[in-house]
Design a protein around this ligand. Structure first.
Ligand code: NDP
Ligand code: HSE
Length: 425
């Protein structure tokens, strides 16, 4: 198999290194040698994490997708414009394409899969979700007997690394993000990681495959981790929870929920203990019940593992395109975010005066929101108090109404913080 690589950064470099390390055993297993013959990069003189002595380098990426000897193109550049042109050209030239680019698939996957089908080539993207974890193959193959009811996961390594460092080492948000960037985990634009866009890309891919819908990235309710404070992490810990950034997709009647947001998870859940760059996806199928998939969510060789697995599938002729979702006639609309039912954590900063708690509980009951537990703490050297509240399961629009009502009260001293709680049962 002659391979042309677009991009020799973290993922592209990882692919070359793993092929050098394991090429012989892959050849023994598949009967085929995978040879990277040509690589398109932005700057040929750039230092690389891999040996490129036997790879021709070019600064013209179209030379790769138009090369007559290349069977498979790996798109490992990122972005959604140049990469789209390159992938389309490769497919139109009859080449199989493998990509780790979730932004590209989430935004243009419906049309690109169609183009690949029309040209009778493969467009595979296992590495686009949860790094090295073979979650797409698990959904399409191992779980294919099941009707999937829900999935929920930590699907961004950078975000999980930041939250873990803040909780376990008391580190500052910006400092932890800088380390994730230095380790090669973050996107070229790290706001994709911290504002949840990257997780939303990945969730839309998983949901399309799991529920047999088209890709609907623009319908994912998305909130990032940039507003999670050390204070919230401390309160969550006291209440027996850990804050994780989750992507959640589940059936809700004849619709589906798709949401990405910080979430309080009980410390008793396995997923609450998934730390650092590790990802984990919990899938509930009607036959198997709940199963959990865990592994490195980013990084050079971990991601290369998924990219190379797609190449091996092509050699073994083992997979058609990731079309489970596109094949289905099932049309599931996405539930409006206001109508999502959830338990919530709410944190308030209020004047520490008699009667304030009574006013707060009255606002809750006027909006049909019942309180499950409440913790109040005096703020040192101040006449204010923090109140952390856990609600029962309620409609999102009702907790939003409570937030607005409290923020309009004179006793309120800061914007009211709301975070979802997910029981994951
Ligand atoms: P890097 O920034 O490390 O590498 C990007 C590569 O693309 C570089 O080699 C760069 O060349 C090359 N490149 C950029 N622009 C051009 C261009 N115009 N023409 C030719 N080559 C170009 O990115 P990553 O490896 O981290 O990410 C690649 C893709 O994989 C992205 O879609 C990302 O979302 C995805 N991904 C990343 C993971 C990770 O852990 N990093 C994990 C899973 C998916 P040069 O080196 O010369 O600058
Ligand atoms: N930036 C992504 C992450 C890379 O941190 O998860 C893996 O998709």
């Amino acid at each position: 198999m002659k391979v042309g690589v677009l991009g020799l950064g973290t993922v592209g470099g990882g692919v070359v290194n793993v092929l050098r390390k394991n090429g012989d055993s892959i050849e023994r297993r598949t009967g085929e040698r995978i040879q990277v013959v040509l690589a398109g990069v932005r700057n040929i003189k750039q230092d690389r994490i891999c040996d490129t002595s036997d790879i021709e380098l070019t600064e013209d990426p179209f030379a790769v997708v138009n090369h007559p000897d290349i069977d498979v193109v790996l798109e490992l550049i990122g972005g959604t414009e140049l990469s789209k042109d390159l992938v389309e050209t490769a497919i139109n030239n009859g080449k199989h394409v493998i990509t780790a680019n979730k932004a590209l698939i989430a935004k243009h996957g419906n049309e690109l899969i169609q183009l690949a089908n029309d040209n009778k080539v493969r467009l595979l993207f296992e590495a686009s979700v949860a790094g090295g974890i073979p979650i797409i193959k698990a959904l399409e193959q191992g779980l294919s007997a099941n009707k999937i009811e829900s999935l929920a996961g930590i699907i961004n390594g950078t975000g999980n690394f930041i939250l873990s460092e803040m909780k376990d080492k008391g580190r500052d948000f910006a400092d932890a993000l800088a380390e994730a960037q230095a380790l090669g985990y973050a996107e070229a634009d790290p706001t994709f990681d911290v504002e949840g866009i990257d997780s939303a890309h990945k969730l839309s891919i998983l949901a399309a495959i799991a529920f047999g819908t088209e890709l609907q990235f623009d319908k994912v309710y998305t909130k990032g981790i940039s507003e999670v404070t050390a204070e919230d992490i401390r309160y969550a810990t006291e209440l027996g929870y850990t804050i994780k950034h989750l992507g959640i997709a589940k059936r809700a009647g004849d619709a589906i929920e798709m949401r990405v947001h910080p979430t309080l998870i009980s410390n008793k859940q396995l997923i609450a203990n998934v730390n650092g760059v590790m990802n984990a996806v919990l899938v509930k199928g009607d036959a198997l019940g709940t199963s959990l998939y865990y592994g490195a969510g980013a990084g050079d060789e971990a991601t290369a593992s998924a990219v190379i697995a797609d190449m091996i599938d092509i050699i073994n002729n083992q997979t058609s395109n990731h079309i489970l979702g596109w094949k289905s006639q099932e049309k599931l609309k996405v539930l409006d975010a206001d109508l999502i039912e959830s338990e919530f954590y709410m944190r308030l900063l209020v004047s520490d005066k008699r009667g304030v708690l009574a006013e707060i509980t009255q606002i809750f009951s006027q909006n049909n929101v019942s309180i499950e537990s409440l913790v109040q703490k005096q703020v040192d050297g101040d006449n204010n108090a923090h109140i952390a509240i856990i609600t029962n399961k309620i409609l999102t629009r009702d907790i939003q109404a409570v937030k607005l009502a409290i923020e309009a009260c004179e006793f309120n001293q800061d914007s009211v913080k709301i975070i979802h709680i997910e029981p994951l049962d």
